[in-house]
Write a new protein. Sequence first.
Length: 218
Amino acid sequence: MSFTTSDSYKGQAIYTKFILTIYNLWVLGISNSLIWKCPTKKLLEQYNKYVSDNHLDVGVGTGYYINKCVFPSKDPNITLMDLNSNSLDYSVKINQRYQPKTIIADILKPINSNSKYNSISINYLLHCLPGSMEAKGIVFYNLKKLLNKKGVIFGSTILQGDIKQNMLAKRLLRIYNKKGIFSNNQDDLISLKKQLEKYFSDIKLIVIGSVAVFSARN
């Protein structure tokens, strides 16, 4: 996940070196299973289904999925993209066997890269970005330019709107949005689908608990 020091990115400022050491336990272990009701294994299954040997991971977090997923070959070409140097350093370290490349970039702005990828993942990043889902759609526009003609983009994001949530999820969402950790009060399934269809075809979109899991192709 990426951040700047500006107010619009204050949701990313929480990902310090210390937070990254407990991220897997709290988010991937406890929150996904008990709060968001979308077990991490479901998201890992998505990676295994769509990841290619020429892959870009955007909003890297701890690099967990790159570390755990199964690539088609033993020598994939992996690039990690983020604004958060802490996340990039952490992810590179645990995935050093792949010797991943890194790109420091603001996903809400045009990305200065000539590289093209067969698969791009964007996991748990949209709900941290500021603005409405319509404003966040620029992410898909920017990433589409990096995707090969037959490539696939896939990811997940925590929604609100008419998504059924338990009381713990509702409470945590209020806290996270109030503190600026999340910015997803306006994020709903219809608006996400609209943005995906605006930039891609062959859309697949399902909801697991509070989480929208999606894939799309050029």
